[in-house]
Design a protein around this ligand. Structure first.
Ligand code: FAD
Length: 283
């Protein structure tokens, strides 16, 4: 049986307490939320923090609410909480589309939205979803609180702009008229994506005013298909243009071959899923 190296364990009771503990234990400490990514990495000795700061009792970053025209999702909200939040699904169907296909109920009951984003695994579904939604991430740290656009949060695989001692507090999505959808291809129910695409489209007077296209596990820079978005913005939401947007997204992404499939297949998925997600979003 794999066991992690020894570590110290402290339970934080508030954001301030968590920041104090992170400062006290220094660069070798790590936040633990659901533990569904961090603990397996510790068991495999791919991560070896000397101290774990448990944030599971930090209720102030656990809820989901609408406030000041934004959907506010606490970093500690579980996948299951987001799936159960009717208001979130009504405003942004992409959130429920994605949560329905993330792992299984056991993982969804424990894994957190914030942990998913901070893990920045290229196959993590929510990174592409919040990038497509153009969400803003609220980060607490020793120097105070700062906000980071989701599209600037991800630096590369397993890398974010979070600095040592910082804590992701919440994710904010401005409420606006939009249509959205998320489509995922996996090898079996509950598996990580072979590829997935989310689309968020705002249309006024038959013109696409704003658009977000997020790609999961398909090698898109910062999880988005920026050139396909640029192509669609300002034009009508019609099927031929969605096909062309899919072609652009497929041409620009850089998938890698692995046990889930070869590059050509994943590139094909990028195009097909982009077109289908756009069509499904606008109905
Ligand atoms: C069997 C299995 C199948 C899965 N399938 C999928 C899937 O299909 N799609 C998918 O998207 N995900 C999947 N996951 C991952 C799941 O979504 C996890 O919930 C997610 O990876 C991490 O969330 P967590 O709360 O468990 O984070 P943890 O494991 O606790 O933490 C992950 C990382 O984020 C950091 N961190 C956590 N919270 C914060 C915070 N608030 N501020 C700063 N840093 C923080 C930790 O220090 C750590 O580095 C799967 C996991 C398992 C075990």
């Amino acid at each position: 049986m794999q066991v992690p190296a020894s570590f110290q364990y402290r339970k934080a009771t508030s954001v301030e307490d968590a920041l104090t503990l992170l400062r006290a234990y220094g660069p070798e400490s790590a936040v633990i939320a659901g533990g569904h990514s961090l603990l397996p990495m510790m068991k495999l000795r791919l991560a070896h923090p000397e101290a774990l700061i448990d944030i599971n009792d930090v209720d102030e970053i656990a809820g989901i609410r609408v406030e000041d025209g934004e959907l506010v999702i606490g970093a500690l909200a579980r996948h299951a909480d987001l799936l159960a939040c009717a208001e979130a699904g009504e405003h942004f169907p992409i959130l429920h589309d994605a949560e329905r296909v993330i792992a299984d109920p056991v993982v969804r009951n424990r894994g957190t939205v914030g942990g998913s984003l901070c893990q920045a695994d290229p196959s993590e579904d929510l990174s592409a979803v919040f990038a497509a939604l153009r969400a803003t991430l609220v980060v607490h740290g020793p120097q105070g609180t700062r906000t980071v656009p989701a599209r600037e949060f991800f630096v590369g695989p397993y890398q974010t702009v979070l600095e040592q001692g910082e804590l992701l507090g919440e994710i904010r999505v401005p409420l606006r008229e939009s249509a959205s959808a998320y489509l995922k291809v996996d090898r079996r129910a509950g598996d990580w994506a072979v590829g997935a695409v989310g689309a968020v489209v705002s249309v006024a007077d038959d013109v696409i005013e704003e658009i977000g296209i997020g790609l999961t596990a398909l090698g898109a820079e910062r999880f988005v298909a920026a050139e396909a978005e640029d192509f669609l913005r300002g034009g009508p939401p019609d099927g031929d243009r969605f096909v062309e947007a899919g072609r652009i997204a497929a041409a620009r992404c850089r998938p890698t071959a692995d046990q889930r499939g070869p590059v050509d297949y994943k590139r094909h998925l990028a195009g097909e899923l982009t077109t289908r997600a756009l069509c499904r979003a606008v109905g």
